[in-house]
Design a protein around this ligand. Structure first.
Ligand code: MG
Length: 323
């Protein structure tokens, strides 16, 4: 039996073990695999730095300092890195080291401190907006809740529209779509209040919503409670399994909510992503360090993106003309 994982569904490669790539983060978050660099970029939020591990030499280096407290990140369809910034209270693009704002306000109000972000196959950008970055001195700059709540937003770069899509999650944090994008999973981590006051009755679970017309979230319900710890970052694989961070490692649930695998890590996990050349390596940021392990599955979003990239483009323009 492997000491670092329990696998009831063949999700880890035979003989796979957890690899420690090092790192000296204060609290690591927001990993993304960047194919062009063969690298994983991730945030050290309290360190106010961005770190980057390169596969070719297995080294973690400082990519940026005074980075305005970045948190979650993902890849845009053009390969640029889209990331959340607590310090700037917006979502931004890093294109070859040049950082520009992507979405800054809703209805004139600044966001709280965008936490995690995904790009849907139609190019829209969905992100969570809890208040950790404006209420915790170590994770951003002090500020007020300008729209007085914590929501999940959808930004359409084509039209420029910004809309709240989920308003009834107390402290939205990680998010991920199901393989066909008919479901959106959003974690609620209100057990961990930005004020750091104890909140034992707070949430540490993953909600799931039906996505209607590709842009509306309805019928929210609890998918799974995560313990010990909380579901900070989550990912969905090509079979619809939900991979969640937890205090003791990574917990994997099938679409019905049954736990089918568990990866133990030495330190608390903040977030995770799939990557590597074939997309089947799971990268896990655990408190200070980056780990990886080989799996048999890929990220649902990456699979969908590749399948849509193969579709004839004229189909899309025809639909648009007919309106
Ligand atoms: Mg998070």
């Amino acid at each position: 039996m492997n000491e670092d994982h329990i696998d009831g569904a063949g999700l880890f490669e035979a003989g796979a073990t957890l690899v420690d790539h090092g790192g000296d983060a204060t609290w690591a978050e927001g990993p993304v695999w960047i194919p062009a660099l063969r690298a994983v970029r991730f945030s050290d939020i309290p360190g106010n730095r961005i770190l980057q591990w390169t596969q070719d030499d297995d080294q973690v280096r400082v990519y940026a300092e005074q980075a305005e407290f970045t948190n979650g990140r993902t890849l845009g369809h053009d390969g640029a890195v889209i990331q959340c910034s607590h310090g700037r209270r917006h979502v931004e693009i890093d294109r070859d080291g040049t950082v520009t704002p992507l979405v800054e306000r809703w209805n004139g109000h600044r966001f709280n401190s965008p936490n995690d972000v995904v790009v849907k196959s139609d190019g829209t950008v969905w992100f969570t907006d809890p208040s950790y970055g404006i209420k915790r001195p170590a994770e951003g700059h002090a500020g007020n809740l300008e729209y007085r709540d914590h929501w999940v937003f959808r930004f359409d770069p084509e039209s420029g529209s910004v809309e709240p899509v989920i308003m009834d999650v107390e402290m939205p944090n990680g998010l991920a779509f199901s393989p066909d994008e008919s479901l959106l999973y959003v974690s609620d981590t209100s057990i961990d209040l930005p004020s750091d006051e104890p909140n034992p009755s707070g949430a540490h679970w993953i909600h799931v919503y039906d996505v209607q017309d590709g842009r509306l979230c309805k019928n929210g319900r609890i998918f799974k409670m995560i313990e010990p710890g909380l579901p900070d970052g989550i990912r969905v694989d090509e079979h619809g399994n939900v991979w969640s961070s937890a205090l003791d490692g990574v917990h994997v649930y099938n679409p019905t909510g049954r736990r089918i695998a568990f990866l133990r890590t030495p330190l608390k996990v903040g977030n995770l992503c799939f990557g590597g050349e074939d997309g089947r390596t799971l990268f896990v940021v655990a408190t200070t360090r980056l780990h990886s392990i080989r799996t048999t599955v890929r990220d649902a979003a990456q699979m969908l993106r590749e399948s849509k990239a193969g579709e004839p483009k004229r189909d899309r323009s025809r639909r648009r003309v007919r309106g």
